[in-house]
Design a protein around this ligand. Structure first.
Ligand code: NAD
Length: 506
């Protein structure tokens, strides 16, 4: 299979000229075949500084455009995405390896967040608050904050930008996007779609949304620049540990969306058919490369043997291969580093007493430069050090439990806190799971697996996941500055808390 010709057609249909991508210094590989798709030019540190200045200039204009009018630009972006969904979805699949239905689903998520942000553009409301002083009105307003730096990971190469950009733009901000160095083509295509939406919009300032291509070192230039008041960074906890302190040191604001280590509890009353499908999709979907992938499974000991045997059968039936072929449920890992990390995790689990099923490389002779693996199940016995870190690959650690309180504490006994799930038809267990005694994650689902969030809710997690929230609900408030204002419409000047300050002018 050679993808280079296919990619040329796809890029052209997205308005990108492929001939501009042959002489750059960053080679872009497809995980599907391992072939080089393009060589794109990276930005220099000086170019980053220039783009930040340009984004600040654009912000000065954009902040005073009425929010519903700003929403019109995002509506047009959503229309462009609708019209190009098939091409962009295919490009996502070719560049990051997720199966085509998930590539298309990722673009649908972009369309959904655009729709959400358009509605939001008429709802950026503040409170009026009762003043303690007579003849006074107190209220709060939400105002644009400035250029927003968006750093994104390879596994959601386009959706993460749209979650941030659609909301940030209606909030009156400009956007500077540093995508993963592993997936610059999808970013270049999105930028092109954005530019064509901006052209249709008519009077949008230049450089409303700009792109920076490069690795973490070029991302670091964005992170340290005081001209970018908000950094929204999605990626590993390791990356967040570097980015968070740099932004905090300059008193900037950050939204950190970092790694997960997501647990899934199957209780005796669960619908096991539903639990099985949700477990398998959660653990092997996107080849285990979602921040919300299911990584730890806790099954009640009364159903453990039955569930494990069904799980093994389901795993044996999973077809692995070309993600463009709709018969395959699992595509490739992103690269050899991901494969090596998976093998190390399986070795460590095995040394810690785990029984490993699967995990081996497949299709090696057909695709010597691509990394397809059979998803692995590991019967762990008890939770060990080896499961405390996130391995970004399809590895599912399986445990049995007998006591509900014990499984809750075992579930929470990892550094990360992104997503979690319980399958039960017992009301008490379900309510406990989402109570203060339950899951300590940002997402806790009942009879739904750990992965596949909707855009309407706020997305993010606690602890080493970074605490950030993006997408729906009131996450937009993270993209604005809050201003509290009190107006005195009386003829007196009473001070708060009854403080007296009387001037004598004789
Ligand atoms: P990564 O941490 O290797 O890279 C993510 C991004 O950070 C890339 O664009 C990279 O260039 C940039 N980066 C790295 N160091 C930087 C620095 N010092 N300053 C600025 N930018 C820097 O992650 P990855 O391998 O691309 O993605 C996988 C990880 O992302 C997993 O841990 C996954 O759980 C996490 N993730 C989290 C979410 C979430 O919403 N919580 C979503 C998707 C992925």
């Amino acid at each position: 299979m050679v993808l280079i010709h296919r990619i040329t057609d796809i890029l052209e249909s997205l308005g990108v000229d492929p001939s501009t991508m042959t002489n750059g210094d960053l080679d872009v590989f497809s995980p599907v075949t391992g072939e080089i798709l393009a060589s794109v030019a990276t930005d220099t540190p000086a170019a980053v500084t220039e783009k930040i200045s340009a984004a600040q200039l654009a912000f000065r204009e954009w902040r005073s455009v009425p929010a519903p009018r700003r929403g019109e630009l995002v509506r047009l972006l959503g229309e462009k995405l609708r019209a190009h969904k098939d091409a962009l979805g295919a490009l996502v699949t070719i560049e990051c390896g997720k199966i085509l239905t998930e590539g298309l689903g990722e673009v649908q998520e972009m369309i959904d967040i655009c729709d959400f942000a358009v509605g939001l553009s008429r709802q950026l409301y503040g409170l009026t608050i009762a003043s303690e002083r007579p003849g006074h009105r107190m209220s709060e307003y939400w105002l644009p904050i400035g250029p927003v730096g968006v750093i994104s990971a390879f596994n959601f190469p386009v959706a993460v930008w749209s979650w941030n950009a659609a909301v940030a733009l209606v909030c009156g901000n400009t956007v500077i996007w540093k995508p993963s160095e592993k997936t610059p083509l999808t970013a270049i295509a999105c930028q092109q779609l954005f530019l064509s939406a901006a052209a249709e919009f008519g009077d949008a300032p230049k450089n409303l949304s700009t792109l920076i291509i490069g690795d973490g070192s070029i991302g670091a230039k964005l992170v340290s620049n005081r001209g970018v008041p908000l950094i929204s960074a999605t990626g590993s906890t390791e990356m967040g540990r570097k980015v968070g302190p740099v932004v905090a040191e300059r008193f900037g604001r950050s939204i950190l969306e970092l790694g997960g280590n997501n647990g899934f509890i199957v209780c005796p009353s669960a619908n096991l058919d539903m639990a099985l499908t949700a477990t398998v999709f959660g653990a092997v979907g996107t080849a285990g490369q979602r921040c919300t992938s299911t990584r730890r499974l806790f099954v009640h000991d009364s159903i453990y043997r039955e569930f494990l045997s069904r799980l093994k059968k389901a795993y044996a039936s999973i077809s692995i291969g070309d993600p463009m072929n709709s018969e395959n449920l699992v595509g490739p890992l992103i690269d050899s580093d991901a494969f090596n990390a998976m093998q190390t995790a399986l070795r460590n689990a095995s040394q810690a007493g785990g029984k490993v099923h699967g995990g081996e490389r497949v299709h090696e002779s057909k695709f010597p430069d691509a990394y397809y693996v059979r998803p692995a199940l590991v019967e762990m016995g008890s939770q060990k050090q080896s499961v405390q870190t996130e391995t970004f690959a399809p590895v599912l650690y399986v445990y049995s439990y007998s006591d509900f309180a014990d499984v809750l504490s075992l579930h929470n006994d990892v550094p990360q806190g992104l997503s979690s799930a319980i399958f039960t038809n017992n009301l008490s267990e379900a309510e406990n799971f989402i109570s203060p005694l339950g899951s300590d994650c940002g997402i806790a689902n009942i009879n739904i697996g750990t992965s596949g969030a909707e855009i309407g809710g706020a997305f993010g997690g606690e602890k080493d996941t970074g605490g950030g929230r993006e997408s729906g609900s009131d996450a937009w408030k993270g993209y604005m500055r809050r201003l509290t204002s009190t107006t005195n419409y009386s003829t007196e000047l009473p001070l708060a808390q009854g403080v007296r300050f009387t001037l004598s002018e004789d």
